[in-house]
Ligand binder design. Structure first.
Ligand code: AKB
Length: 318
């Protein structure tokens, strides 16, 4: 991995991943792909090349790949689960037609491709506790449908065309740099902002709703390590369960109150998010990722909370 195109570089994962790769691969070109309206700013803009690359425009993807001799594409363009329910056709267009565009460019230009899957690739009939790597995947959300199809299509391009596709199923991701938007797990980021701003947090999912979550530094490491893994050791490709922590709103609130005792929590359930959350795993089994490429998380709820509050506090001037 040397010259990398990050599609969706100004989003929650893309903004952090672009900076991480620029730090770790200074000799390479780490190209921040973005769409008009979501331009890179500040350090992201100044620290490396940026190109308009709309996932729905195969020609733009091919031009950027050729211009920078790209060997690896991170495909991070997506509508998250709750937004996708509002705009299912748009979600399909970005997630599926966009993916085909990328896979075709990758096939023609010999690129490796990372397209994240998610806990959203599971559904109500999946075992919810210690969700196995290989199990029932019958999601009911359009987001989940596109994630399952992404996994299958990515494997198809590997088996049929030897395109080096690899992926992980991300839990809800928590970070202090860029906010997520339109996800079911977003509450676990927003609660830190409310705590530091001294605002009451209005939680859209009910107490007792457990979901896998992960701190961004672990998620980024997973996204890089899977692409660097020895291919001869991979029995799976698209996509690996990865896990680090699972909690419900009461547990994350209690973890934050250890450091910000004044945090107040009230529930106003969003039926769309609750329905989706209820269909997702409580906790995934990530033993295949651990065995096949040495995955291991570094953060638990307490260490993440301390780090989040410190960095977010600096950012918010608190
Ligand atoms: C969402 O909530 O939609 C995402 C996800 C878990 O894939 N954060």
């Amino acid at each position: 991995m040397k010259n990398v195109l990050i599609i969706g570089s100004t989003g929650q994962i893309g903004s952090d991943l672009t900076m991480k790769l620029r730090r770790e691969i200074p000799e390479g070109a780490i190209v921040a792909g973005y769409i008009p309206g979501f331009e890179p700013k500040g350090e992201l803009l100044e620290s490396g090349p940026a190109e308009v690359v709309n996932v729905c425009d195969g020609k733009q993807i091919a031009e950027a790949v050729k211009k920078y001799k790209v060997d690896t594409i991170y495909n991070l363009a997506a509508l998250l689960s709750a937004t996708a329910e509002k705009f299912p056709l748009k979600a399909w267009d970005i997630q599926m037609n966009g993916l085909i565009n990328i896979l075709e460019v990758a096939r023609e230009n010999g690129c490796a491709v990372f397209t994240p899957s998610s806990i959203g690739a599971f559904g109500p009939s999946t075992p919810h506790v210690n969700t196995p790597q290989d199990t029932i995947q019958r999601p009911k959300s359009i987001y989940g449908v596109t994630k399952v199809a992404t996994e299958l299509l990515s494997d198809y391009y590997f088996f049929k065309y030897a395109v080096d596709t690899r992926s992980v199923r991300f839990p809800g991701l928590i970070s202090y740099t860029t906010l997520p938007g339109g996800g079911t797990t977003d509450y676990a980021v927003e609660i830190y902002y409310a705590a530091l701003k001294g605002e009451e947090f209005v939680c859209p999912v009910a107490a007792g709703t457990y979901m896998d979550m992960m701190y961004m530094p672990d998620a980024l490491r997973a996204a890089v390590e899977i692409m660097q893994a020895d291919p001869s050791k991979l029995k799976h490709r698209n996509s690996f369960n990865i896990a680090s922590m699972s909690f419900d709103p009461e547990e994350i609130a209690a973890a934050i109150r250890k450091y910000v005792p004044s945090l107040k929590l009230r529930y106003e359930i969003d039926p769309v998010r609750q329905h989706i959350a209820d269909s997702w795993p409580d906790k995934m089994d990530d033993s295949c990722a651990r065995e096949e490429w040495g995955w291991a998380p570094s953060y638990d709820l307490d260490s993440m909370t301390q780090d989040m509050l410190r960095h977010l506090g600096e950012k918010l001037g608190k």
